[in-house]
Design a protein around this ligand. Structure first.
Ligand SMILES: [Zn+2]
Length: 245
C-alpha cells in the first residue's frame, strides 16, 4: 500500500507511469500494480547523478540519450525539432553537459519549488549566459548553424516563441506598462523583432522600441549584464538603454 502511495506521488510529478497490472498476488486480494520510470524520471535521476563529479561524464551521456528520445517523440513542436539538432551539435563538440545539463542542474539548485521536469526545463534561462567569450561565441555559432538548418516555418515559429517569452519578461519590468502593453500588441505580427522598452538617461524618458531578435540574442550571449544601446528618438544621441532580460 505504501509503495502504491509513493508511486502515485511520482506519477503526479510525471516521473513514473503505470505500466500495467500483474495477476493477483498468490493468496492476495488485489492486483499488483507495475510501474516504470518515465523519460522525465530517468532524466531527473541522471541530473542527480551529475551532482557527483566522478559520475558526471556518464550521467551527461545518458541524459543526452534521454533528452533526444523526449525531443524525437512525434508530433514534435518547433522547439523540440530545433533543440534535437542543437543538442546533437553540442554533443559533437563535447559541450552538451556544460551547455545543457549544468544549466538544468543549476536551475534545480536555485528553484527549490519546482514540481515537474517541464517546469524545470522552462525555468532554465532561454538564453545561454557565460563569462567566457570563447564559449559564448561557440554557443551562438552552433545556435546559428542549427537555426539555418530549420525550415522557414520552423524558424518563424521559433522566433515567435522567443518573442512572446522575452516580451512577457519585459512587461513585468516595464516602467510604463500601460504604454508598453499597447505597443506590444500593435506590433505582435513583426516576427523577427522584439518590442522592448528603452530608456534615455539624457532625456529621462522611457518609451517602447523595436530590436532585432538575433541582435538581442547576440548581445545577451556576449555581454549579459550590459544593456543594449540604441539611438534616442528625441535627443538622437546613442543613449537609449534597452535591457537584457
Ligand atoms: Zn534622449
Amino acid at each position: 500500500m505504501n509503495t502504491d502511495i509513493a508511486n502515485n506521488n511520482l506519477i503526479d510529478l510525471g516521473l513514473m507511469q503505470e505500466a500495467g497490472t500483474a495477476p493477483n498476488e498468490k493468496g492476495g486480494t488485489r492486483q499488483v500494480h507495475l510501474y516504470s520510470y518515465t523519460y522525465d524520471g530517468h532524466l531527473l535521476a541522471r541530473l542527480i547523478e551529475s551532482f557527483d563529479p566522478s559520475r558526471r561524464g556518464k550521467a551527461y551521456q545518458n541524459a543526452y540519450q534521454i533528452l533526444q528520445s523526449i525531443l524525437n517523440m512525434e508530433p514534435r513542436a518547433s522547439h523540440e525539432i530545433f533543440y534535437s539538432v542543437l543538442y546533437k551539435k553540442f554533443n559533437e563538440v563535447g559541450l552538451f553537459g556544460e551547455f545543457v545539463i549544468d544549466r538544468l542542474r543549476e536551475s534545480l539548485e536555485s528553484y527549490p519549488k519546482i514540481n515537474t521536469m517541464k517546469e524545470l526545463q522552462y525555468s532554465s534561462p532561454v538564453i545561454f549566459r557565460t563569462n567566457s567569450a570563447e564559449k559564448g561565441k561557440l554557443y551562438l555559432d552552433l545556435w546559428d548553424e542549427a537555426f539555418i538548418e530549420m525550415t522557414p516555418e520552423i524558424r518563424e515559429l521559433l522566433l515567435f516563441n522567443m518573442k512572446i517569452d522575452i516580451e512577457q519578461r519585459m512587461m513585468t519590468r516595464a516602467m510604463a506598462p500601460r504604454n508598453y502593453e499597447k505597443y506590444r500588441m500593435e506590433n505582435i505580427q513583426i516576427r523577427d523583432r522584439l518590442s522592448m522598452e528603452g530608456y534615455c538617461k539624457n532625456c529621462n524618458l522611457g518609451y517602447p522600441c523595436q530590436v532585432y531578435t538575433r541582435e538581442y540574442l547576440k548581445r545577451t550571449n556576449y555581454l549579459p549584464n550590459a544593456p543594449i544601446l540604441d539611438d534616442c528618438l528625441k535627443c538622437t544621441k546613442r543613449s537609449l538603454l534597452i535591457p537584457t532580460l
